[in-house]
Design a binder for this molecule. Structure first.
Ligand SMILES: *Cc1c(COP(=O)(O)O)cnc(C)c1O
Length: 395
């Protein structure tokens, strides 16, 4: 099964026998399994061939989702979590220990920026927030105790890109691991493991689930690493994905390749409209030739995804106007849904709060965004309706 569209529907399923249901396995109401060979009570006794036993450890539905994700990302194994943040915090707490240092993108999902800056130090883990679109800045931030470089590309909310292959090579040359949050790209656009990353993480809540009806997260990587993360993150921290949510995400994932094609086409149309609009200062979409990293986008992304951002004068007032006037778009956070969403992120607020940027980093952020960023998650509605909605609301 070499093609993504086929893997998104078939990978991991084992419906070989005649009469077997040709469906995703659903085991929603099962927290435990009885088994004559019940394993011991310690996670340390958990072998490769252990039967299903207790859903916090493993479950057929979450296993199927993990296997299918691994097939889409071209990874040895996958693990699912209750949310994207559960996946990322489990990754950090497994790969890092007291005394270690981690480098994170200085523009990324706010929860990850705050986890690295405010919470990891409680466990003796230091972090440095770096502009990971700048390889020299990453190199300068490396320390003897650096263990992990965590990047997000495209990065929330401004759609700045990081060069996965170059960063993974720099990491490995220094004995450091590299993890990539690929939530905005999805495996339709980018497969970070093939570019050298050690781990790829996702919020399944976004494009992969795609229908705003379930939270979930995942890590894909080498099996031996994921076995260790499973023991900690799932069995001991308990960040397990609810099997019913896994089933909803599996159902959503079957149409991921199709949806991403439509998201990309709609985002391209919306980005072209915004780029030509007199009230708009800058428009960012990796597929636009005017994106400062368009060349990297073409190298690294097979699909430019459905996220568009733009800046405008008097952003805060315009945000209020758009929130009151849009009818097809919803003024809301989150992303990757069937329906179109838009929200405004004032630069001063996020520079001070979530990102804590200072000096040159704050200047660079402001140079990219101006007063603030309008972040659009362009959905699957007719592009004419989306453009007409924005045109009316911007007027
Ligand atoms: C939403 C998101 C997360 C967090 O995922 P949750 O499922 O909300 O916990 C992490 N990274 C990115 C890029 C996201 O968009």
């Amino acid at each position: 099964m070499s093609r993504l569209e086929t893997r998104a529907i078939h990978a991991g399923a084992s419906h070989s026998a005649v009469g077997d249901p040709v469906l995703n396995i659903l085991s929603p109401a099962t927290s435990f399994y009885s088994h004559p060979d019940a394993v011991g009570f310690s996670a340390n006794d958990l072998g490769d061939q252990a039967p299903y036993f207790y859903t916090r450890w493993s479950n057929p539905t979450t296993d199927l989702l993990a296997e299918r994700l691994a097939a889409l990302e071209g990874g040895e194994a996958g693990l699912t979590f209750s949310s994207g943040m559960a996946a990322i915090s489990s990754l950090f707490l497994n790969r890092l220990r007291c005394g270690d240092h981690v480098i994170v993108s200085n523009v990324c999902y706010a929860g990850v920026a705050e986890l690295a800056r405010d919470i990891l130090p409680k466990y003796g883990i230091r972090s440095t927030a770096v502009d990971t679109s700048d390889l020299a800045a990453i190199e300068a931030a490396l320390r003897p105790e650096t263990r992990l470089i965590h990047i997000e590309t495209p990065a929330n909310p401004i759609l700045k890109l990081s060069d996965i292959a170059a960063i993974a090579a720099l990491a490995h040359a220094n004995g450091v691991e590299c993890s990539v949050d690929s939530t905005m790209a999805t495996p339709v656009a980018t497969t970070p493991l093939a570019l050298g990353a050690d781990f790829v993480v996702h919020s399944l809540t976004k494009y992969i689930g795609g229908h705003s009806d379930a939270l979930g997260g995942a890590i894909i990587g080498r099996k031996a690493d994921l076995d260790a993360i499973q023991k900690e993150g799932l069995i001991h921290f308990g960040a397990t994905l609810n099997p019913f949510a896994a089933w909803l995400i599996l159902r959503g994932m079957e149409t991921l390749p199709l949806r991403m094609k439509a998201h990309e086409a709609n985002a391209g149309a919306v980005a072209a409209f915004l780029a030509a609009h007199p009230r708009v200062e800058q428009t960012y979409w990796p597929g636009l030739a005017s994106h400062p990293q368009h060349e990297l986008a073409r190298r690294q992304m097979r699909n430019f995804s459905g996220m568009v951002s733009f800046s405008a004068k008097n952003g805060a007032a315009l945000a209020r106007q758009l929130a009151e006037r849009v009818e097809v778009f919803s003024y809301a956070v989150s992303l990757g849904k069937t329906r179109s969403l838009l929200c405004y992120v004032p630069s001063d607020d996020i520079i001070r709060s979530s990102f804590g940027l200072e000096g040159r980093d704050a200047e660079n952020y402001r140079a990219w965004t101006g007063d603030g960023t309008f972040r659009l998650s362009v959905g699957l509605e007719a592009p004419e309706d989306l453009i007409a909605d924005l045109e009316r609301a911007l007027d």
